[in-house]
Design a protein around this ligand. Structure first.
Ligand code: NAD
Ligand code: 4PL
Length: 243
């Protein structure tokens, strides 16, 4: 048990990768964790002993509404919302057509809006909440083959700032964590895995980032003791963005 004892959390996109590491870390710190993922079976499999899996498409308003309602019905409240679900594409700018642009925006940015919209309501009623949104250090670097993704993540950080301003008065903090390139199932299944060597040269700490490197930053911002930190972006990328 630990600093999140008696807290109820939702982590989206937590069937694998960084989201799963976050769900495990929050559970280790004592939280009850709802693992929400479009991959329903994966969500069930990844759910910690104290918590449950749920099939949720975060770009669907109906799904998100149900996710929040079912969480509150099961556990009585919602203290922590981690918006981690995203699509990580690899497409040259010239090849990003409008349908792909919209798909990335729908999941990454619209999804974050929807979960915050519905998720902040029980927090507001309780006068307490912690929202953590996954951005990316690509919004600092302008990494190629990710223009739509970069735009969605920039939007997530800007939205984090704006929302923090508006809901701080209800005891809710809103922050973002910006990882650098991290070994996950998603990354290892596509062309981003070729970038590790290059990225490592840019980092202050020269090794490959893994999902467990990101989860503690999220757990800190999700904790009660982080209550004086809001609207911020914590860059967890081994110092790549210093270069
Ligand atoms: P991943 O692809 O390994 O896992 C993403 C998970 O999200 C999957 O389980 C997938 O099923 C789920 N998901 C996708 N669309 C969804 C939807 N519409 N509704 C619900 N769930 C959905 O990803 P990852 O590498 O672990 O990345 C996790 C987060 O970290 C993302 O927000 C990503 O942008 C961010 N990030 C990743 C890296 C990296 O290098 N891995 C770097 C910076 C930021
Ligand atoms: C440095 O968020 O942060 C590739 C793919 N390289 O998704 C990311 C870096 C990718 C990143 C990311």
């Amino acid at each position: 048990m630990g600093k999140l004892d008696d807290r109820v959390a939702i982590v989206t996109g937590a069937a694998q990768g960084i989201g799963k590491a976050i769900a495990d870390k929050l559970a280790d710190e004592g939280a009850t964790v709802v693992v929400a993922d479009i991959n329903g079976e994966g969500a069930q499999a990844a759910a910690p002993a104290r918590g449950m899996g749920m099939q949720v498409d975060t770009s669907s308003e109906e799904d998100v509404k149900r996710m929040v309602a079912d969480t509150v019905a099961a556990y009585g409240k919602l203290d922590i919302l981690v918006n981690n679900a995203a699509i990580v594409p690899f497409t040259a700018w010239d090849d990003v057509d409008f349908a792909e642009w919209r798909r990335i925006m729908a999941v990454n940015l619209d999804g974050t809006f929807l979960t915050c919209h519905y998720g902040h309501k029980p927090m507001r009623e309780a006068g307490y909440g912690r929202i953590v949104n996954l951005a990316s250090n690509v919004i600092l670097a302008g990494t190629p083959n990710l223009a739509h993704y970069v735009a969605s993540k920039g939007g997530i950080f800007a939205f984090t700032r704006a929302l923090a301003r508006e809901i701080g008065q209800y005891g809710i903090t809103v922050n973002s964590v910006a990882p650098g390139l991290t070994e996950t199932e998603g990354v290892m299944a596509g062309p981003h895995k070729e970038a590790f060597e290059f990225v490592q040269m840019l980092q202050c700490i020269p090794r490959r980032g893994v999902a467990a490197d990101i989860a503690p930053a999220v757990a800190f911002l999700a904790s009660e003791e982080a209550g004086w930190v809001t609207g911020q972006m914590l860059v967890a990328d081994a110092g790549m963005s210093h270069n």
